[in-house]
Design a protein around this ligand. Structure first.
Ligand SMILES: Nc1ncnc2c1ncn2[C@@H]1O[C@H](COP(=O)(O)OP(=O)(O)O)[C@@H](O)[C@H]1O
Ligand SMILES: [Mg+2]
Length: 363
């Protein structure tokens, strides 16, 4: 019997093979791509580490990733709405924005957890999905989960039964944490397929799986801060993403899938690096111009606040000891008069937008 006979997309795939894959996952093309993807990633990491303040941009990068990863699942919000919601006191109304912000929290939670316990575990996945979904969901224990295409046709039915799911997750855990014979980037790709194919939750699997990618990059010391915007690639190549996942299941075609994932790493590292350079340049320009035009206001800390998030407000400046309420109010007004910021009202609150930063993030 060949694999095609065994797999039926309408029946829970309890025969999903355990890891490692029974295929050549170290073909020449894969190894070559692993080298170039690894190189691009290392360049991004080096640049991040050499920044004067390497943590400065993390919030925005994580938020961009949260937004894109949610968008893969058709949870769509705009950057503007997102950053405003993050900075304003006003309660968030829009459910997509809420979900994106929860996603970002889930990423931070994952990073905190792996600091304490440097492993990817089933429990960690459960905590992440609960944070994304803001509920108490756990491993699926009722049947009925299936993946459909937009026309409603079933494309994949994941394994069913909590025991089976937990066994497959235990095998995945062991593979991630113990198998040291495979290059981490290749392992990362394999792990993602397996997690999605197990599909342990009734919802949130795609997003949890993509957070795991970032955590894994951190755990394997490939990126000190997982400041990479992977989902941007998936959005652009979404049909291919689904097709590649399916082809592993249906044809054991690991090679094309792994190459896709490696290309994602390479392209988003390169783009991330370009974006980082643009932001640092914009920041230097702001610093120079503010020094020249508003010398009394200038400080390194102030510039950093203006580039931490696209929106800022008086409280952010006060919290960083830039001055008292009155002083920072005057600073912001002066910055607006000189064209560095633009004020916007959100409810009763006044926020200040750094349009240049937002534009770079949106490119
Ligand atoms: N054929 C497939 N086999 C396995 N996983 C798939 C397949 N097609 C899509 N997926 C994964 O399922 C995810 C969607 O699952 P879902 O639980 O709805 O996640 P979320 O709620 O985060 O949207 C996709 O993002 C993708 O990672
Ligand atoms: Mg979903």
């Amino acid at each position: 019997m060949n694999k095609m006979d065994k797999f039926n997309r309408e029946i829970p795939y309890n025969d999903l093979p355990l890891l490692p894959p029974k295929a050549d996952i170290e073909t020449k093309s894969i190894l070559l791509k692993t080298i170039s993807a690894g190189r691009a990633l290392a360049q991004l990491n080096g640049t991040l580490l050499n920044l004067p303040n390497p943590t400065l941009f993390l919030d925005t990068i994580y938020l961009q990733e949260a937004k894109a990863s949610s968008e893969v699942e058709n949870i769509v919000t705009t950057n503007d709405e997102l950053y405003k919601s993050l900075v304003a006191d006003r309660k968030i109304e829009d459910s997509a924005t809420k979900e994106v912000l929860s996603y970002k929290e889930a990423l931070w939670l994952g990073l905190e957890q792996i600091k304490k316990k440097p492993f990817i575990t089933t429990n960690l996945c459960v905590r992440i999905v609960q944070c994304i979904k803001q509920n108490t969901a756990s491993i699926r224990n009722t049947p009925g989960t299936m993946l459909s295409n937009t026309k409603g046709g079933v494309i994949y039915t994941p394994p069913s039964g909590e025991k089976v799911i937990r066994e497959k997750l235990a095998n995945l855990e062991k593979f991630i944490n113990e198998d040291e014979t495979i290059d981490p980037l290749i392992k990362m790709a394999i792990m993602h397929y397996q997690f999605e194919a197990i599909h342990p939750f009734s919802d949130g699997n795609g997003r949890t799986g993509r957070i795991l990618l970032l955590l894994y990059l951190k755990l394997s010391d490939l990126l000190d801060a997982p400041a990479i915007y992977l989902s941007e690639y998936i959005i652009k190549n979404k049909a291919e993403y689904y097709k590649r996942l399916r082809a592993v299941t249906e044809n054991n075609d690991w090679e094309a899938y792994i190459l896709y994932m490696l290309d994602m790493i390479e392209e988003t590292s390169t783009k991330g690096l370009e974006r980082l350079k643009k932001i640092t340049l914009a920041m230097e320009t702001y610093a120079d111009e503010i020094k020249n035009n508003l010398p009394k206001i200038y400080s390194k800390d102030l510039i950093e606040i203006l580039f931490r998030l696209p929106y800022t407000k008086r409280k952010h400046l006060i919290d960083e000891n830039i001055g008292n309420l009155k002083t920072v109010g005057n600073y912001l007004i002066a910055l607006e008069k000189n064209g560095f910021l633009k004020s916007v009202k959100v409810g009763k609150e006044k926020l200040y937008l750094n349009q240049q930063l937002l534009t770079i993030l949106e490119e």
